[in-house]
Design a protein around this ligand. Sequence first.
Ligand code: HEM
Length: 201
Amino acid sequence: MAKVLIWDAPVRVGHWLLVGAFALAWATSESEEWRLMHAVAGGVMIGVILFRLLWGFVGTRHARFASFVRGPQAAFAYVRGLLRGEASQYAGHNAAGGWAILALLALGLMTGASGWLVYQDMGGEWLEEAHELLANGLLAVAALHVAGVVASSLAHRENLVRAMLTGFKSGRPEEAIASARPWAIPLLLVSAAAAAWLLTR
Ligand code: HEM
């Protein structure tokens, strides 16, 4: 199999923006002094996720939800295969990874939304607790996600982190996407900046 273009540019830039924003939000979560920075990071997460949800319908082939959201049976079959050392190879996200991605996007959105309500002084103490619980849930799923990435990288002898940086993965030529669509990056950045600005006013 050759190295072919699988991840378009907005998927890659959006992913690393999400990782950076979550890390920043986590690092600033305990300090009153960094409250605005924390809220900006949460706003960026919401903007990136809203863009990603839209991109899941209009983006390139492997970015579309229809291409990687598969039934629970396929997800369990992939994990069983991984444990036996014979996991099936996917050009895009594998069947188990697809579920982790949905969970990360949903938890990211709920964490951001609850954080915004707290920032607006709405909801009181129970909402603060719910926000913290959601953030801890997101961290747990992210840890599981990274463990899955490492396990799949080892099983398929392919560095999936590098693939999320370059966009190139092993695959058949007919699985490649035609363009990385870099023109959509400004739209992603506008979405992230607009959400950060609107949600911290
Ligand atoms: C340093 C930590 C992380 C690393 C190394 C990492 C790595 C990766 C890799 C390699 C993929 C592609 C998986 C595949 O080949 O199917 C991926 C996908 C994804 N990751 Fe991460 N990840 C990290 C943290 C996170 C965090 C913290 C979040 C969410 C807050 C996240 C959300 C996602 C999402 C949503 C996707 C799907 C990409 C898309 O299709 O748009 N990741 N990650």
